[in-house]
Design a protein around this ligand. Structure first.
Ligand code: NAD
Length: 380
């Protein structure tokens, strides 16, 4: 089976889907692996490292697409790339299938088997393939480093002959994978950390990291069977905003990571709350690219509102591309290895598998993922 890895073309994207270490493992499994020249440079991997691993290097991007049986990637494909691909080829990448109607339709029409990394079911066995978690972990770390860089204060308490500096107050809204890592990182830097999440089970995890959990009674909240938050009613969102207001005003740093899977994130920090913060304070809105938890945050920009810095940077894991690549590559490799047919040396698409069917979006000219199919057909 010919596995191709084209270079990522999205501006500022330095992560790579497969590192030379995993390239070597794929070649050992019997894959005919070809990479596009310069694939790994953004993460510090040279073509030579890939050829040493057993891969060949191509300078012809179009041929890479048209000859591949399996494409391993990070970002979703462009429409003109889909047009180059063979009918029946398999394409694995992030796909954002909830929002990418045209893309899903093109993959369906082209007869591509598209696999979405976002849709890997979050079971114990699939943890090693869970790219959402691996990249969110790094994003949690990066958000705190960004905040610390922009804050005109330090995070830890410092007692010196020149006086005592109080620790910074950090408030993390949303304590899933990214939020918990943000809490841990801010604690390591010596900040006083408080957090809130609508899933009650999270309180104990927050406290085990040495942070305080802000108690807010929103009535019935809970989580889905997949471990995700349920969407709040507009009244609950309002209750949450009011209850957080005072705490936000006292915070030097607010980090928001609140997401509801497959839906627009809730706006939890309004402009009047930003105005209530002391000038110089910093807000990092991890959801800025998908709609924003913070009013006034701008995707991929750092803006100021009444003296408060609001960071809306996207691709936070991409700020640490070496580690992000290593983790994503490991997730992707584990997915391929888990579905590899040892004798035939192919990626076997098995609809009886416990993990794979959940993340296949299109196959054989059909949209096979029921959730995505309902969204596309229902026009929701
Ligand atoms: P996510 O990115 O969908 O959401 C981030 C956080 O925002 C979640 O903790 C969610 O509860 C929270 N949130 C939503 N609305 C909110 C609101 N109004 N206010 C405050 N917080 C709000 O979630 P995620 O981080 O990708 O994962 C969520 C959970 O899924 C994890 O914490 C974990 O328990 C579970 N999970 C399980 C596995 C596994 O078993 N393999 C893997 C990854 C995650």
């Amino acid at each position: 089976m010919r596995i191709a890895i084209p270079k990522e073309t999205h501006p500022g994207e330095n992560r790579v889907p497969i590192t030379p270490d995993h390239a070597k493992k794929l070649c050992k499994m019997g894959a005919d692996l070809v990479i596009e020249t310069g694939l790994g440079l953004g993460s510090g991997y040279t073509d030579a490292e890939y050829t040493d691993a057993g891969a060949s290097v191509s300078h012809d991007r179009n041929e890479l697409f048209s000859s591949a049986d399996l494409l391993l990637r990070l970002r979703k494909p462009e429409l003109d790339e889909i047009a180059l691909m063979k009918r029946g080829a398999i394409h694995i990448s992030y796909l954002d299938p909830f929002n990418e109607r045209e893309l899903v339709a093109a993959l369906k029409e082209a007869g591509i088997t598209s696999i979405s990394m976002e849709m890997i079911p979050r079971t114990t066995r699939s943890q090693k393939m869970d790219a959402l978690s691996s990249q969110a972990n790094l994003a949690g770390y990066v958000m705190v480093i960004e905040a610390a860089t922009h804050l005109p204060r330090i995070f830890p308490m410092m007692m010196t002959p020149a006086g005592t500096l109080k620790p910074a107050n950090v408030f993390v809204i949303g304590a899933g994978v990214a939020g918990l890592q943000a809490i841990a990182t801010a604690k390591r830097l010596g900040a006083k950390v408080t957090a809130f999440d609508t899933r009650p089970v999270v309180a104990e995890q927050v406290q085990s990291l040495g942070a305080k959990f802000l108690e807010i009674d929103l009535g019935e909240t809970g989580e889905t069977s997949g471990g995700y938050a349920k969407e709040l009613t507009p009244e609950q969102v309002d209750m949450q905003r009011q209850a957080q207001k005072d705490h936000i005003a006292k915070s030097d740093v607010v980090i928001t990571t609140a997401q509801v899977f497959g839906r627009k994130p809730p706006v939890l920090v309004t402009k009047d709350m930003v105005e209530g913060m002391a000038p110089g304070s910093v807000i990092v809105d991890m959801a800025a690219e998908t709609g924003g938890n913070v009013e006034g945050s701008v995707p991929n920009e750092i803006v100021e509102w009444s003296g408060v810095t609001i960071i809306g940077k996207g691709n936070l894991a991409g700020e640490v591309p070496r580690d992000a690549s290593q983790m994503y590559s490991s997730n992707l490799f584990n997915l391929v290895e888990d579905n590899w047919h040892e004798e035939q040396h192919i990626f076997a698409v098995d609809f009886d598998d416990d993990i794979l069917p959940g993340c296949i979006i299109t196959h054989g000219g059909e949209v096979v993922n029921e959730t995505i199919k309902n969204i596309l057909e229902g026009g929701a």
